[in-house]
Design a protein around this ligand. Sequence first.
Ligand SMILES: [Zn+2]
Length: 266
Amino acid sequence: MALPIVPIQDYPNELTGQSNGRLAASVLAVQAGSSPTLTMCKTAMRSFLAMADAATSAGITLRVTSAPDSYRTLAVQTRIFAERYTTQSLVGQPSKTCNGIKYWLKRGEATAACPGTSNHGLGLADDIVLDSAGKTLAWLIAHEQTFGFSHELQSEPWHIRYTAGDAIPAATLAYEEDDMSAEAENQIKQVYAAIFNGGTSCGTIPPGKPTNSIVNKLDYLIERAKAGGAATSVDHTHTIDLVLSADLTGRAVGSTGPAQPLDPTP
Ligand SMILES: [Zn+2]
């Protein structure tokens, strides 16, 4: 079965100025609770989590074969490449040239990208555990593009990478919106309640949105959280934390940036 291979449309803005395999911690998202630990650049992680949730609903578990089969440092990529390739000519084996040196793939080894060029080094790629019955692969082939992912090589059915850049797929946004309403609505109500009713109830929220009222400020913070503007990551637990910890001047606690206008469209 031919794998769907879509070129990378764009790279997330957060990768601008970053070096392959040496990504700053600030652009990485880590799912320490998953096993193995999953690390990707923040933008790619959003769509992976949405895709993994959809897979779970279909009875499919998406997980990586090992932690460095998600984000992979340059040191690890260099080690893997050295294990799999040799500069000795091997008749009949694939070869590739890295930094002007020709290498041959050792027999029985899987291919690897030249160090410094892998999409694993950009936090975009994952190697997924595939079952022998082909259920996981069939699900990926049918659904990965919906979430901005694609295979990269016909020879690597386990390897997918995020291709959509900052054009967050609609399915990802829909997942996050659901996540927001299911998980965070109650917290938002509690914020209202804390402001207007001493934390006991949210039954008497003032109607309307008077300009620059505290209701307006809170609405604006929530809108920013929903739009992903309140944080570079739009993990909703995180953004709701920001809403809850925001100082209601439009600036999240700890932020050094300028306060945002609180009422851009009164
Ligand atoms: Zn891979």
